[in-house]
Write a protein that binds this ligand. Structure first.
Ligand SMILES: CC(=O)SCCNC(=O)CCNC(=O)[C@H](O)C(C)(C)COP(=O)(O)OP(=O)(O)OC[C@H]1O[C@@H](n2cnc3c(N)ncnc32)[C@H](O)[C@@H]1OP(=O)(O)O
Ligand SMILES: O=C([O-])CC(=O)C(=O)O
Length: 371
């Protein structure tokens, strides 16, 4: 038996949801560059779940469906109020709240395709409501109910702040959602597929995926990048900080990637957004610091920024709290997880690889008093 550490390069399934070929990312065959510049997040969700871009009437029906299901049960809000809110990371709160949502869905364990699609709509629609409600509850504010007349991106920002966001913020947030929606067999998507391949339910798959996304080697890196930027504090401090980190063989968050060795195609969009948004807020230092870190890490280690690097200064510029960055990743990536879950159910086989045994052999049980 031979092993490949971290399953690098192993093709574990077939999928038609998204592809990464020669560093080009496509969703159902559409280049991410094209979608980032043109598509609404709602169109992208529809595309990932249905394999085709929606016609006008299909999009308005789909958008309405999402809006109609965006409210969460009152019990979930009450439950979040009972969390030890000052100690709980919003990703942990989201993981628990999504799992709890299943308890209030009579169809949670109904496994036919129509029921699974209904659950997909509910989960996609309700994740933003949970994330924004938790954010407000911990600030001592009441959650803001979702509005049916606002699009997905606008509604998120509205529920977060209670104010209708401007067009620049909505467009930037929409683009970030589009860029994060799916990414082939990344760790959280693989987790979701492994979970539902046992014929467990959709909520379990999403709960498991949230747990995997939370780690700093995956989605948690965007918050870690912002922590690093805050710690560095100024452009002049970049050089000594990064040099020390590299000398100590520390990982620089937001750099490197298991699949992309010559660059993550999403990063250039986020870099451009970071530049523009920091100019608008007048806090260009976040972009300037990021750019300098990028130059140093790339020239000294040959590592390029991944999706998490410039997204940190983008979300910061939108006025979003740093520990909400990864939950926002989940808001977007839920669309990809759900597409993969539906795909897994449609052609399921239990996912169960092998482990090469390297432990001791031929041991004999010794009674406890003789050990
Ligand atoms: C949405 C996402 O999930 S994107 C990824 C988000 N995660 C991060 O940004 C965290 C920082 N990056 C990393 O930890 C890694 O690059 C990962 C997890 C993304 C990919 O990991 P792997 O494919 O296993 O690469 P691995 O960790 O083996 O790295 C290969 C080499 O590059 C180095 N390296 C990789 N990333 C970094 C980094 N960010 N900073 C410094 N060195 C790095 C490793 O130390 C290793 O060096 P070595 O061969 O001398 O030991
Ligand atoms: O694909 C990966 O390994 C990580 C990643 O970039 C993502 O999930 O967006």
């Amino acid at each position: 038996m031979s092993t490949t550490r971290g399953l690098e390069g192993i093709v574990a399934t077939q999928s038609s949801v998204s592809s990464i070929i020669e560093s080009v990312l496509t969703y159902q065959g559409y280049d991410i560059d094209d979608l980032a510049d043109n598509a609404s997040f709602e169109e992208v969700i529809y595309l990932l779940w249905n394999g085709a871009l929606p016609k006008e009437n299909e999009l308005s029906h789909f958008t309405q469906e999402l809006a109609n299901h965006a409210e969460i049960p009152k019990q979930i809000i009450d439950q979040m109020k009972a969390y030890p809110i000052n100690k709980v990371h919003p990703m942990a709160a989201l993981r628990t709240a999504i799992s709890s949502l299943a308890l209030f869905d009579e169809e949670a364990d109904v496994m036919d395709e129509a029921a699974n699609r209904r659950k997909a709509i509910k989960i996609q629609a309700q994740i933003p409501t949970i994330v924004t409600a938790f954010s407000r509850i911990r600030e001592g504010l009441e959650p803001v109910a979702p509005r049916k007349d606002l699009g997905f991106a606008a509604n998120f920002l509205y529920m977060l702040t209670g104010n209708e966001p401007d067009e620049i913020a909505v467009n930037a947030f929409n683009k970030a959602l589009v860029l994060h929606a799916d990414h082939e067999l990344n760790a959280s998507t693989f987790t979701a597929r492994v979970c539902v391949a046992t014929l467990s339910d959709v909520y379990s798959g999403i709960t498991a995926a949230i747990g995997a996304l939370k780690g700093p080697l995956h989605g948690g890196a965007n918050e870690a990048v912002m922590n690093m930027l805050s710690e560095i504090g100024s452009v002049e401090n970049v050089e000594p900080y990064i040099r020390k980190a590299l000398d100590n063989k520390e990982k620089i968050m937001g750099f490197g990637h298991r699949v992309y060795k010559d660059g993550d195609p999403r990063a250039k969009h986020l870099r451009e957004m970071s530049k523009r948004l920091t100019e608008i807020t007048g806090e260009t230092k976040w972009y300037e610091m990021s750019k300098k870190i990028n130059e140093m890490v790339t020239s000294e280690k040959g590592l390029l920024p991944n999706v998490d690097f410039y997204s940190a200064s983008v979300y910061h510029s939108l006025g979003i709290k740093h520990d909400l960055f990864t939950p926002i990743f989940a808001v977007s990536r839920a669309s990809g997880w759900l597409a993969h879950i539906l795909e897994q159910y449609s052609n399921n086989r239990l996912i169960r690889p092998r482990a090469e045994y390297i432990g001791p052999n031929k041991q004999t049980y010794i009674p406890i008093e003789q050990r």
